[in-house]
Design a protein. Structure first.
Length: 127
């Protein structure tokens, strides 16, 4: 994993990096942190193109997929398991809008792998 991160952030400046933020509240702390992290990445590696993609979801969106998602995460059925799986499911679709786009025109990431940072852990998921 360290080698992959090295290649992404230090070597290959041709590829852009899509940063996906799933949020159920546009003013959530996670949304604010994603903007701060995006700006920090821009300052650390200004030659690379970063795309911060906001994925806004509602309680209705969660309810529509709840049963199928609960079957997929079984036997891990805690509230935290469900929350993480929900965010990853929406992120894996990759549909949202770019940070700073006032029209909020929908875009879809071309990424094939999702790297998820949860606390001190880094996980990779192939799409």
């Amino acid at each position: 994993m360290k080698r992959l991160l090295f290649l992404i952030f230090k070597v290959n400046f041709v590829s852009s990096v899509d940063l996906l933020n799933v949020s159920f509240d546009k003013n959530s702390p996670d949304r604010k942190t994603s903007i701060q992290s995006y700006k920090e990445l821009l300052s650390l590696s200004p030659k690379r193109q970063y795309n911060l993609i906001f994925i806004d979801k509602t309680l209705k969106d969660i309810e529509e997929m709840e049963l199928g998602l609960m079957k997929n995460i079984y036997p891990k059925m805690t509230h935290m398991d469900f929350n993480i799986a929900t965010a990853l499911k929406f992120a894996s679709r990759g549909c949202g809008y770019l940070y700073g786009d006032l029209e909020q025109k929908e875009i879809k990431t071309g990424s094939k792998i999702i790297l998820s940072g949860l606390g001190n852990f880094l996980n990779a998921y192939e799409l």
